[in-house]
Design a protein around this ligand. Structure first.
Ligand code: BDP
Length: 325
């Protein structure tokens, strides 16, 4: 290579490096959802606030679309400090952190509003504290609306219609028991495998909130959606404790503040996306069942509560949630 070319190449790489490192340190954050999804945008917004608050010492890059792996793997990598942050559902934590089972219980929250209130209070704090023992810092909880069943076979009008059907659930034993208690069969599997599993008939359907049902494209292969709203599972944004401990006290505070501030962004985007997603799937010809009697569904959950709400600590969490107005 001639000298001039070497120089040009050098300058180009310096320029590139400069562009990428306008920030002193870029934290890598995982998300399973595609670009533009409310959680992805909320963490991006957090990154902007963090960059400002720390005068460019810290930025966040969101690796959306499961680029860093499915949620269970992303959680492990975050615990090890390979990934700095992960925005995930509380569901995949159920088997490792028992406190996370409580806000993941079917029909525990009266509404998404009730969930928000609870997670912003002492129960939310209790769960954040539990994360610390698992090498994670719980930064903030995000909304995820309500999850309902969808399938490729037939409209579900009652529990009897679910009998013998096969649904994918998140990788949590409690969700397997939840589906069994409703008379159906559950297959736990990573989110990214659901589309093809429905398409090939390995499962009849899955369950999720409208934005996930829409953005994943599951509605293309499962056109019956019944709004039984059995789960209101919070999303959580966690940071690796290794990463957090490596920051100055000032930057740790900035991380926590920016995470909390991103909640307002999330809320706004979520409300809009929920509506837009419902419109989109309806326009695509989805059959939505809304007039469903939830009482038998709620009653059927008694064995799940019995099996999972075992210690005094967990019972108290349930009571605290129910007592939250
Ligand atoms: C979505 C959550 C996402 C989960 C996914 C799932 O936002 O974190 O991975 O459900 O069902 O609603 O796995």
């Amino acid at each position: 290579m001639k000298k001039r070319h070497i120089l040009t190449a050098l300058l180009a790489s310096v320029a590139l490096a400069g562009a990428a490192t306008a920030c002193e340190r870029t934290l890598r954050s995982a998300d399973t959802h595609p670009d533009g999804y409310p959680t992805v945008e909320a963490v991006k917004a957090m990154g902007k606030m963090l960059e400002e608050k720390t005068n460019g010492r810290l930025c966040i890059e969101v690796f959306f679309g499961a680029q860093l792996g499915e949620e269970k793997d992303a959680i492990e990598q975050t615990q090890f400090g390979v990934i700095d942050m992960a925005r995930v559902s509380l569901g995949p934590f159920n088997n490792i952190i028992e406190e996370t089972q409580i806000p993941s219980l079917p029909y525990i929250f009266r509404s998404p509003d009730h969930m928000r209130k609870v997670m912003a209070g002492p129960v939310g704090q209790q769960i954040k504290d539990a994360f610390t023992q698992h090498d994670l810092i719980g930064l903030t909880f995000y909304d995820a609306g309500s999850r309902s069943f969808y399938n490729s076979q037939k409209p579900i009008h009652s529990m009897a219609d679910l009998a013998g059907m096969k649904f994918r659930v998140m990788q949590s034993d409690m969700f397997v028991d939840m589906v069994s208690a409703l008379g159906a069969n559950a297959t736990p599997m990573p989110y990214g495998e659901v589309y093809s599993s429905i398409q090939t008939g390995v499962i009849d359907g899955a369950e999720n909130n409208p934005p996930s049902y829409e953005s994943s494209g599951h509605y293309e292969v499962a056109k019956y959606y019944t709004l039984d709203q059995h789960l209101i599972v919070p999303e959580v944004l966690v940071m690796s404790k290794k990463t957090f401990d490596s920051l100055s006290a000032e930057d740790q505070a900035a991380v926590k503040e920016a995470a909390s501030a991103s909640n307002a962004v999330m809320q706004d985007l979520w409300n809009k996306r929920e509506e837009a997603s419902m419109e989109k799937v309806k326009a695509a010809g989805i059959e939505v069942v809304t007039d469903i009697d939830k009482t038998p569904f709620i009653e059927a959950m008694a064995p799940v509560y019995e099996k999972y709400v075992t210690s005094d600590k967990l019972k108290k969490m349930v009571e605290d949630i129910q007592a939250t107005e």
